[in-house]
Design a protein around this ligand. Structure first.
Ligand SMILES: NC(=O)c1ccc[n+]([C@@H]2O[C@H](COP(=O)([O-])OP(=O)(O)OC[C@H]3O[C@@H](n4cnc5c(N)ncnc54)[C@H](O)[C@@H]3O)[C@@H](O)[C@H]2O)c1
Length: 325
């Protein structure tokens, strides 16, 4: 087995640079930045859409982690030219540092059904979630290949990229399946040629963030309905069974350390303080059993639970207890 797939000693990341896209709000990317800077001693590049968001993230990180260098760079990951500007800026800002990890994490969600999603929602979702990851791969992977040291490229998909299609997340799940397949393809491409570039796909289950709100805010800015200068960093603590972004990041790096390609972060101890996991792997098994039998089990469409839409996904231990939601 190549080094690309085995366990990794995370101590080698100290003093290298972590690049995280979609880290300007208080979600998964922000947690990855904090863990990289605080626990691993990595320098950090925060990338997000708006100058105001990345400036604020940069100054928060500098205050929290004065021992490392932190920079915020505004970039729309759907624009390859902007990513080229970012890689040039990193080379200028940190000329003597190697890149230890790139997290292609920017994303959007519009939770509507196949029939009710607008064409614009489909286009934005595929542009950001799929092409944003592809552009980030094309901008950074050649740099990682050219370095001698080991490095990590991780794309954020979702558990929605591994389980069967469901009620209301049509464009999102389609895009996240594409992220999983693209990450598998990149891993295969590099396995023999550049095994020192370790590829992973991150498949979170439920992490506290404001993804639904940041998606709408960014769409409004794109449509000229509000100004980028007014955008405030958003997070969420409303769902008590969700992982916090900081503890989620601990599990992500534990997966990297263990050499796990599919980084499913399943709301399990010790990363949460409860015993009601999402059970993403269980739902993956159900789907694979369906596939092997060439059938699709839609029986969950008939299930009625108070306060919840029927779902083939939101049904594990986490969703079993009415008071847990
Ligand atoms: N929170 C969860 O439970 C969960 C579960 C599975 C997957 N995810 C994925 O995790 C990733 C991070 O989401 P989050 O939940 O932390 O929410 P978040 O809103 O904190 O992060 C998404 C970020 O992407 C940025 N972004 C959107 N379009 C962009 C673009 N074109 N260029 C640059 N940045 C852009 C947003 O401004 C935002 O900061 C997403 O890819 C999301 O699909 C989240």
């Amino acid at each position: 087995m190549s080094k690309q797939q085995g366990p990794m000693d995370l101590r080698q990341l100290r003093g290298t640079v972590a690049v995280v896209t979609g880290a300007g709000n208080h979600g998964i990317g922000w947690g990855l930045c904090c863990h990289a800077a605080g626990a691993l001693g990595m320098h950090v590049i925060v990338i997000d859409l708006h100058e105001k968001l990345v400036r604020e993230a940069e100054s928060r990180l500098r205050e929290l982690y004065p021992q490392v260098l932190c920079y915020g760079l505004a970039c729309d990951v759907t624009e390859p030219q902007q990513l080229a500007t970012v890689t040039a800026a990193i080379a200028e800002l940190l000329p003597d540092k190697s890149i230890g990890a790139v997290f292609a994490n920017a994303g959007v969600i519009f939770s509507h059904t196949v029939l009710n999603s607008t064409v614009q929602e489909w286009q934005t979702t595929l542009q950001v979630n799929v092409m944003g990851v592809v552009h980030t791969m094309q901008a950074f992977v050649p740099l990682l290949q050219a370095q001698e040291a080991e490095s990590i490229f991780a794309a954020t998909a979702s558990i929605g990229g591994l389980v069967r299609g469901d009620n209301g997340g049509a464009s999102y799940q389609a895009s996240k399946h594409a992220v999983v397949a693209t990450s598998e393809a990149l891993s295969f491409e590099l396995a023999r040629k550049s095994p020192h570039v370790r590829v992973h796909v991150l498949c979170p289950c439920i992490v506290a963030s404001a993804l639904d709100k940041t998606s709408v805010v960014n769409q409004r800015v794109r449509d000229g309905e509000s100004s980028a200068d007014e955008v405030e960093a958003l997070g969420s603590d409303s769902f008590r069974l969700a992982m916090t972004p900081e503890r989620h990041a601990e599990q992500v790096f534990a997966h990297i350390e263990a050499g796990n390609f599919y980084m499913v972060t399943d709301n399990v101890r010790p990363y949460v303080d409860h015993d009601l996991p999402f059970d993403g792997v269980g739902i993956m098994r159900e789907r694979h059993a369906n596939m092997q039998a060439l059938t699709l089990d839609n029986s969950d469409a008939w299930q009625r639970r108070p306060g919840m839409a029927p779902s083939a996904i939101m049904k594990g231990p986490m969703f079993g207890e009415p008071e847990s939601i």
